[in-house]
Each structure stands twice: as structure tokens, then as C-alpha cells.
Design a binder for this molecule. Sequence first.
Ligand SMILES: *Cc1c(COP(=O)(O)O)cnc(C)c1O
Length: 360
Amino acid sequence: MTIYNFSAGPAVLPKAVLEIAQSEMLDYKNSGMSVMELSHRSSLFEEIIQAAEGLLRELMAIPDNYKVLFLQGGASLQFTMVPLNLAQGKKALYVNTGSWSKKAISAAKALENVEVEVIASSEDKNHTYIPEMPEMVDQDAAYVHITTNNTIEGTAFAKIPSFGKVPVVADMSSNILANDYKVEDFGVIYAGAQKNIGPAGLTVVIIREDLLNQEAAFAPMLDYALQAKNNSLYNTPPTYSIYIAKLVFEWVKAQGGVAGITEKDQKKAQLLYDAIENSSLFTSPVEKASRSITNIPFVTGDEALDKAFNQGALAEGFENLKGHRSVGGMRASLYNAFPLEGVEALVAFMAKFEKENGGN
Ligand SMILES: *Cc1c(COP(=O)(O)O)cnc(C)c1O
């Protein structure tokens, strides 16, 4: 049976990437060692990390005045590192679009020296839409934090808002390399790797250089400037995750880069949204203009039917379709590596299920 992995993260990786990793597992480039066994100071690993950075710069057209950091601690550590490095003694503005935004807000609030203000929220409608942004924000604020794609709720920013001279900081964990956003529109972009980049354990941070020269953080490992000065090699980085990320970046490039990937992602999402629109059983809880092409929740409106659907889906090889516990129902995560055939198979299964369960 073919397994289709709809997991929200850690998520499906390109099979071609896993095959290369397999072929190089025991002997990387005639070194007689696995990548996992290489010193992070060796020339072989240096080539890997430099290639990874170069490819990411090329794919995202990252301007020269931005640093790329390969860190650990997940997107969740960035919830703390961002205010710690950028907002000491200042006000930090947040847009609350769901569960991950809320965690970012709590982390900033936990810092004594940072004043937090939520400038827009979609809480009134259970985060089923992206709210309007205020026309003016405090121009002395350190940044405005947004979550470009809300992994749990299935919403995404179609356009990146601008706030005058206040930089936008974005948690792009679930739609990095899957949209036409411009790096110039952000002060900081961060993403946990385990959705569109590679294995868990690696966090990518892209930061504009002028934001680096802030007060030093109290702990060296949490200091962007120090990490940048050491080219992400202040301590041992997650070497194997960086190696897989490099292979994924090469794969993205071979797919026509981000533009090629986005086109495929849009096609996959359209197929599923059309099936939901044309169904008399399944609905999307998300407002149309705010829909994510990456994480797509849907429900029948009947918990027992949702449960039956999820059980039936599992038996067909559709893994991890069950919705997040806060939303219920189903959620299909269609990350870059998720194949179109998997969406076609899901849509066919949905039609069959609907027929068998009183739909028309
Ligand atoms: C998955 C996710 C996170 C959490 O990432 P960790 O790497 O587990 O800390 C944060 N934000 C968004 C938008 C996510 O999708």
C-alpha cells in the first residue's frame, strides 16, 4: 500500500532526497565516514553548510545585507530570541492569528524588559481569517511580529503588510519556500526546518544586518550577533539536519525554484479546495480570502462522521490526516514534498466516503 503522509510536522520529505541520503549514508564522498560522523570544522562539512546557505540565498533571493543563521531550539526558541535581541526596553507589536502567534506573544510577555501590544487579532472568529492591520503603528516599536502561515488554523497572509519603518518579523515555519514573499519586506524571518526544509533540530533565521547590532543578549547562545559572527559555528550545529536541508534546497532548485514549487503547491491546494467546495458533506472552516495552500483543515460538521472518515482514511494509507485537537475534523498538510498523486487519492476517497454516507 502507498502511504501518503499528511503530517503537519515533522513532515514528508522528497523521496529523491532520502535516496541520496541513503546512498551516501555509510561513505560520504569517499571519506569512509557518514555525514553524521564528520567534524563540524572539517572541510567536507564546511562545504555542506556553505552550499546550504548559498542555495537558500539563491532560492529566496536573499539580499546581501541579510545574514542566514542555522540554529537549534526550534521556532519556539525564536519566540524568545526575537524579543530578547530586538526589543529590550522597547515595545514589541504582535498580530494574533492563532495558536503559534499566541505562544510567540506569551514568550515575549515573559521578558521583563519588553512591552507587548497585540495590534490585530482574529480571536473573535476562532482564528478562521487573517485580520485587517491598523493603518498606523507606533513608529518607535521594535517590530511587528506576524505568523505568515497558521499551521493549525489553516490561514495564511496573502500579502505581507508594511508598517512604515517598523520591521516585520515573521514566523514562516510552515510556508517558507512555498510562496512569493520578498525577503526585503521583512526584518527577520525564522522557520523550524521540519515542515518545508528538512529534519527537526534545525531552525533557519534570516536577519537584516542592521538588526544585529542591538544590545547583546545575556546568554551567548541566544545572541544573534554572536551566532552571525561565528557563521552558525559557535558551537556544534545540527550537522545532519543541515546536510539534509542542503539536499532539499537542491531538490527545490530542480523543481523550478520557489516559483516552480509554488505553482505545484497551488495546484495541489486547488484540487482539495475544489473537492471541498463541490461537496455537500465536507466544508472548510476558513474564510476564502485567508485560506492557506499549505495546511487545509476540513470538517463534516459531525464528530462521529469525522471519526469514521479518519479511521477509513488510515486504512487506505492516508497518515496523519486527523485535525489538530483544537480544531477537530481533518487537516491535510500539503508541504512542498507532498506529491500531487496523494491529493488525487484523497479527493477520490472523500467522494467515495460522501457517497457511502448519504451525500449526493
Ligand atoms: C511548527 C510550528 C512552530 C513550532 O516549531 P518548533 O520547531 O516545534 O518550535 C512554530 N510556529 C509555526 C507557524 C509552526 O508551524
